[in-house]
Design a protein around this ligand. Structure first.
Ligand SMILES: Nc1ncnc2c1ncn2[C@@H]1O[C@H](COP(=O)(O)OP(=O)(O)OP(=O)(O)O)[C@@H](O)[C@H]1O
Ligand SMILES: [Mg+2]
Length: 352
């Protein structure tokens, strides 16, 4: 079982893999570096908004730029935060604290004001500037924390006399600025950096590299690679291709084949319910995604309770709430069933 393999290095196809060759994003990386430059001269970096469809290399570009940066200078502190995992003001500042101090804030619960003061005092004392990348920024908008976080960061000079700070927002939502109130918009005022979908030939170059680093020579013929490229191009998301390569390679292994055949690709492609769902997930709005997550956490919860919790988080009314249920149901992502005998029209909601 162990010795029949097409993988030279399977980790090349995992989400945490950092590509050895990050190509076709020179101009975007250059713009990012340019925005950071003032930070190296000890003034505030330029605020940016990095936006574009899913799987177009946004997160990778920022991580790449931060890595370059930390190899050249210690003057500017880069902090990367995924707001999907850190979606409250406290969670965001706790993460910044962790990077600045090298340890988490005490778990006994330090008040937010103290966490902030400690961060900015330390940076001031060390004579450093800071750039905070907020990935999946739209996530903060869903929970209405976005104005608070951005203003607290960018107005630190008013309360703490620290102004060497820049914010880099990252999102798929190109109209995110419309979610901000006027004051936030004017303090943030970012330079926009767009990540378009990759062209067919760019996808081919990138996937060919994965094949080179991840698979044995001859395991993936050009014709099969082209097929994967075509499927990836249609979805617009590079992850489709990376995932498809890995899954078809596993199927080749299952068949003790040293080569990925067309039938492996087809089987991998069709066995991917996620792929279809991912396509529809692209049209799922942030508040709909939040609702979906809530449903997944509490399978079978009543629509009444879900509504209460959802309204608390988003301030949405019942009309919007019902719209979301109808839409997610039509996408086949949830099922809402009327329950007999329970307070009139309450429904039980489950994710599919
Ligand atoms: N230019 C590139 N060269 C090599 N690999 C790339 C390139 N662009 C993206 N990738 C790979 O494609 C995958 C998706 O990229 P990434 O996570 O950066 O996309 P994203 O734009 O942040 O997507 P999302 O909006 O869904 O977060 C990752 O596995 C990444 O390594
Ligand atoms: Mg990303």
């Amino acid at each position: 079982m162990d010795n029949e393999t097409v993988f030279m290095d399977e980790s090349v196809f995992t989400p945490s893999y950092v590509p050895a060759d990050y190509i076709h994003r020179d101009s975007q990386v250059q713009e990012i570096m340019l925005s950071l430059k003032p930070g190296l001269r000890n003034v505030s970096p330029i605020n940016t908004l990095i936006y574009g469809p899913p799987g177009t290399g946004k997160t990778t570009a920022v991580k790449y730029a931060f890595k370059e940066l930390s190899e050249t200078s210690k003057k500017l502190v880069p902090v990367y935060i995924n707001c999907e995992d850190h979606s409250t003001p406290y969670a965001v500042f706790a993460k910044i604290y962790e990077t600045v101090h090298g340890i988490s804030p005490p778990s006994t619960g330090k008040p937010l004001e103290d966490v902030k003061e400690s961060i900015f005092t330390r940076l001031k004392k060390d004579g450093k500037s800071i750039i905070v990348a907020l990935d999946e920024l739209d996530r903060l908008a869903v929970e209405r924390n976005i104005d608070r976080v951005l203003v607290d960061l960018l107005k630190a000079h008013a309360s703490y006399g620290f102004d060497k700070i820049g914010v880099m927002g990252i999102t798929v939502k190109d109209d995110i600025m419309a979610d901000l109130d006027d004051k936030t918009r004017s303090v943030y005022n970012p330079t926009r950096i767009f990540f378009p979908k990759y062209t067919r030939s760019e996808i081919k170059d990138i996937l060919a590299n994965r094949s080179k680093y991840g698979l044995f020579d001859g395991a993936l013929k050009d014709e099969q690679l082209n097929d994967i490229v075509g499927k990836t191009f249609k979805s617009g998301d590079l992850r489709t291709g990376i995932d498809l390569m890995r899954r078809s390679a596993l199927l080749a292994e299952r068949d003790a084949s040293r080569e990925i055949m067309q039938e492996h690709i087809e089987e991998a492609f069709h066995a991917l319910p996620d792929l279809k769902r991912k396509e529809s997930a692209e049209s799922v709005e942030p508040d709909e995604k939040l609702f979906l997550d809530m449903v997944k956490q509490k399978p079978g919860e009543s629509s009444g309770n879900l509504y209460k919790a959802f309204r608390e988080k988003t301030g949405a009314g019942v009309k919007r709430f019902n719209e979301i249920i109808a839409k997610l149901e039509s996408l086949g992502l949830i099922k809402a069933e009327y329950k007999q005998g329970v307070r009139g029209r309450s429904r039980e909601i489950r994710a599919l």
